[in-house]
Write a protein that binds this ligand. Structure first.
Ligand SMILES: [Zn+2]
Length: 357
C-alpha cells in the first residue's frame, strides 16, 4: 500500500489537521476558518477567547443554516446557542459568552493532534509545527505563531486555496452525515458546468455537495496530477486548475451505448483529478487520449489513499469502484481496456517537478 509522502511544509501540516482523520464534529473546521480570518487581519499575536468566539460561532451559524447536522452526538450547548442566535432568540453578546465557555472544549486541545493511520492500527500524534499556542491558563486566550502568518499572510494564494479546501472538507463531512452516505448507496458525481460535486436521492433530486476543486486539492497539494507543476484552486488565479476526467469525458456517450455492463462511469469522483491547463488541453495535452499505465497506478494509489484515510467520500469510492483493493484494481483495468479499445492512444506528460504522490 502506498501512502502520500509527508512533506514537512506548513501547508501540509495544515492539511494534515484539516483534511485527514475521522470527524465526529465540525468544530475544527470553524476554528480553522476563524484562524484564517484572524491571520489576515492581525494586530496582535494574543487572541482572547472572546475575540475568537465570534468568528468561530458565526462560521458555525452559517453552516447550520444549510446543514443542521454538525455533530455525531445528540446535543451540544454550543450548537444550541448557535441555532438560537440564528433564530433571533439570543443576542450576539450571549452567543459570544456561551462560545467562550463551551465552544472550545476539546477543540483547542485537539487541534494539533493528527490521527495518523497505519495500515492496520491507529495511533495519535501531535504534529511538530503549531499554528497557535494554548495560553488559556495564563492569558485567557491563544497566541498565534509565526507559522500561521507565514502560511496565510506571506504565501501567495495559500489563504484562498486552504480556505476552499477547508470549506470543501466541511461540506463533505456535514453532507455525509445529513445524507447518511455510509448507509445509503449514494453516488457522488461531477457537473462540468458548475464544477460542483453533487448527489441524487432516491427520487432523483439533486443535492450539490461542494466544489470539486476544493475537495480534490487536499490530496494533490496544489500540484497537477499528471506533471506536478504548481496549480491553484483560487478562481482568479492564472494557474487555476482544470477539473479533469482521467478517462476522457468523450467516453460518456459510448458508455451509455455500451449497454451490458457500464464499465466506465466517467463522472464519478473516482475518475476526477486536478490538472494544469497544459496537461489537459495544451499543445501536448491529454485531450481524449488514455493516460499511460503509470498514471493509472497513480490514480489507484490516490483512490486507495482516500478510502484508507476516512475521507468522507470513502463509501462513494468503494461503491463506484469495488469492495476491496483487488476488485478496485480490476475495475480500473477494465475501465482502461474499455477506454483504450475506443480511444486507441496513450498519453504521458513530461514531469515538471519530482513526484509528490
Ligand atoms: Zn500538468
Amino acid at each position: 500500500m502506498n501512502f502520500i509522502d509527508v512533506e514537512p511544509t506548513l501547508e501540509n501540516y495544515w492539511r494534515a489537521i484539516i483534511l485527514f482523520g475521522k470527524n465526529t464534529a465540525s468544530y475544527k473546521f470553524a476554528l480553522a476558518k476563524s484562524l484564517i480570518d484572524i491571520s489576515l487581519e492581525r494586530d496582535s499575536d494574543l487572541i482572547s477567547l472572546e475575540d475568537l468566539a465570534l468568528p468561530n460561532a458565526l462560521h458555525l451559524c452559517e453552516h447550520l443554516k444549510h446543514s443542521p447536522k454538525q455533530i455525531t452526538v445528540k446535543s451540544s450547548t454550543f450548537l444550541e446557542a448557535c441555532l438560537n442566535f440564528n433564530n433571533g432568540l439570543i443576542s450576539k453578546t450571549d452567543l459570544i459568552d456561551i462560545t467562550r465557555k463551551k465552544g472550545f472544549r476539546n477543540v483547542l486541545d485537539a487541534f494539533h493532534v493528527v490521527n495518523t493511520k497505519a495500515v492496520n492500527e491507529r495511533f495519535f500524534d501531535v504534529i511538530d509545527e503549531h499554528f497557535f499556542i494554548d495560553e488559556r491558563k495564563h492569558n485567557k486566550g491563544i497566541r498565534l505563531t509565526d507559522n500561521l502568518f507565514k502560511l496565510f499572510y506571506v504565501f501567495d494564494n495559500s489563504a484562498d486555496n486552504l480556505n476552499q479546501e477547508t470549506e470543501a472538507r466541511w461540506n463533505l463531512v456535514e453532507k455525509a452525515w445529513a445524507l447518511n452516505m455510509n448507509k445509503n448507496l449514494l453516488s457522488v458525481e461531477y457537473d462540468d458546468a458548475t464544477k460542483q460535486l453533487f448527489t441524487k436521492d432516491a427520487s432523483y433530486r439533486r443535492t450539490d455537495i461542494t466544489s470539486s476543486r476544493g475537495a480534490l486539492n487536499g490530496y494533490q497539494k496544489s500540484r497537477c496530477f499528471y506533471c506536478f507543476t504548481p496549480i491553484s484552486i483560487a478562481s482568479h488565479d492564472t494557474m487555476l486548475a482544470d477539473v479533469d476526467h482521467f478517462f476522457p469525458h468523450t467516453l460518456k456517450p459510448q458508455v451509455a451505448n455500451a449497454g451490458c455492463c457500464r464499465p466506465v462511469n466517467v463522472d464519478g469522483v473516482w475518475n476526477l483529478v486536478l490538472s494544469c491547463t497544459d496537461c489537459n488541453r495544451g499543445e501536448h495535452g491529454k485531450f481524449a487520449q488514455v493516460p499511460a499505465l503509470q498514471l493509472l497506478q497513480r490514480l489507484h494509489t490516490r483512490n486507495e489513499y482516500l478510502i484508507n484515510s476516512h475521507h468522507p467520500l470513502r463509501e462513494t469510492l468503494i461503491m463506484q469502484t469495488g469492495k476491496n483493493e483487488r476488485a478496485r484494481q480490476y475495475f480500473l483495468q477494465k475501465s482502461f481496456n474499455f477506454s483504450k479499445e475506443r480511444l486507441i492512444h496513450n498519453w504521458q506528460p513530461t514531469p515538471k517537478a519530482s513526484p509528490l504522490f
